[in-house]
Design a protein around this ligand. Structure first.
Ligand code: 3PG
Length: 354
């Protein structure tokens, strides 16, 4: 992958920089700007070398959202002068973007001399500004994209051992390939979050009202793997109460909220011995009062000697809220893109830069 440091002459050049400023907005304000800040090294590098930068981003699913709050926030925190950087409209407003339309990509290409992709977290999408625009202009990787590839590759390219993979969140079906791959590469795969309910259900436990993926997946191979570690206790919501229980004591009217005290202790022991920790997805239903274990484990990982690589939209939002971004070896800006990269070792947007 060529990166922006290899561009010979940037003076006076118009750079089309694909970023991913798809950030949460509440009451017209940016709630979390981790992704925005992650693009600053690339933008500052390009400006310093004399380029004019046009930022291209999507916001939201269907292109109807205005970029105004993002633009306002960007100029307020970056201190970048308005005559150096401009914003293209929310790129999903144009149907050609998601349709990956050639003429839309060609039209975009007329607006610049060079294309740079610094949108790792959107690089799993085969959209025009990600995979086709680079066909029409000299193309390079931005510094964040490069850092993501380098850091996340450490999980599958000669990883350090003992290697602990912590996996939480939901969407069981999308995580099966990931679990299978890391049961081979890692020494322990610890499963929490909504995924835990899926595992317990398949194992024949009562999981009460916990949300599960109703499909039947053939995962007996995974369940019998000795490297797979499931929590031994959980915190459930039972009416108004939160109760710590063994996994075989969950009742019909209860919902699993978080992993329990004993499981946190067990995981803490594994963390202590690990040299590499890869973590994706919260361990509990954090939006519903189940954030405790994730917070405790985040602190333990931050204070451990292990190299730590973390990712996933919800986990990163918690890290950002706790102001712990700098406490880990690497925090990925990606959600779906990170998962896909960890499974496939590349993404459509990365391949397009070859
Ligand atoms: C993300 O938020 O993960 C990326 O911006 C991709 O967004 P999408 O899931 O709407 O394609």
């Amino acid at each position: 992958m060529r990166n922006i440091k290899q561009i010979k002459n940037l003076k006076g050049k118009r750079v089309l920089l694909r970023v991913d400023f798809n950030v949460p907005i509440k009451n017209g304000k940016v709630e979390d700007d981790f992704r925005i800040k992650a693009s600053f090294p690339t933008i500052n590098f390009l400006i310093k070398k004399g380029a004019f930068v046009t930022l291209i981003t999507h916001l939201g699913k269907d292109g109807t959202e205005s970029l105004e709050p993002v633009i306002k926030h960007f100029f307020a925190i970056s201190k970048i002068k308005k005559n150096k950087v401009s914003f293209f409209d929310n790129v999903r407003k144009f149907s050609g973007e998601e349709e990956n339309n050639l003429s839309f990509a060609k039209e975009l290409a007329t607006k610049g001399d060079i294309y740079v992709n610094d949108a790792f977290s959107a690089s799993h999408r085969e959209h025009a500004s990600i995979v086709t625009l680079p066909k029409y202009l000299p193309s390079y990787a931005g510094l964040q994209l490069e850092a993501e590839v380098k850091s996340l590759s450490r999980a599958f390219d000669k990883p350090k051992h003992p290697f602990l993979f912590i996996l939480g969140g939901a969407k069981f079906s999308t995580k099966i390939p990931l679990i299978k791959k890391y049961l081979e590469l890692a020494d322990c795969v610890f499963v929490g979050g909504a995924l835990l309910g899926d595992f317990l259900r398949v194992k024949g436990y009562e999981i009460g009202k916990s949300l599960v993926d109703e499909n039947n997946y053939n995962i007996s191979e995974i369940l019998n793997n000795k490297k797979l570690i499931l929590p031994t206790d959980v915190v459930v919501r039972s009416g108004e109460k939160l109760i710590n229980k063994k996994i075989d004591q969950i009742e019909k009217n209860e919902t699993i909220l978080d992993i329990g005290k004993e499981s946190i202790k067990n995981l803490a022991q594994i963390i202590k011995k690990s040299k590499l920790i890869l973590w994706n997805g919260p361990l509990g239903k954090y939006e519903d009062g189940g954030a405790k274990a994730t917070k405790e484990i985040l602190k333990l990982v931050a204070n451990s000697k292990a190299e730590s690589i973390l990712g996933g939209g919800d986990t990163v939002a918690m890290i950002s809220k706790m102001k712990m971004e700098k406490k880990f070896s690497f925090v990925s800006t990606g959600g779906g893109a990170t998962l896909e990269f960890l499974v496939n070792g590349t993404l459509p947007g990365i391949k397009a830069l070859d």
